[in-house]
Design a protein around this ligand. Sequence first.
Ligand code: CA2
Length: 143
Amino acid sequence: MKPIYVLNGPNLNRLGKREPQIYGTTTLAEVEANCRIAAGERPVVFRQTNSEGTLINLVHEAIDEGAGIVINPAAFTFTSLALLDALKMFEGPVIELHISNIHKREPIYHRSYVSMRADAVIAGLGAYGYEAAVVALLRLLRA
Ligand code: CA2
């Protein structure tokens, strides 16, 4: 069975350790464990990187080997046409995920390039959003 990819962009390795009022107290390791439980038998490739090039390379890996992608691109959401171009090459379902509700925040967080490719966007559910995204992705894969 092809894995799903759960990809995380810059600074999310600090999750649960800073700004808990915005991002909560759940760590990325806990998020990973919860994603694996939510995915059941479906294998999960869970990655975080602070580098734009590495994130794009991971999307390329998913293009070759993945069934679907959940991606929290963090700040690259709002800056990276290269990431958008890579995601456009992926043929399966893509869910864009944000822990916070980016639309409630400052205007610089309102225009997502990734949303131009994403099949669905989840924002504002906190760390639980990852589990919700994995369950939704599995449903899209079954459809
Ligand atoms: O809400 C999200 O998931 C974001 O993608 C997080 C990004 C932010 O640029 C987006 O607007 C929304 C920032 C991630 C910063 O990572 C931190 C992790 C832990 C503590 C503080 C920051």
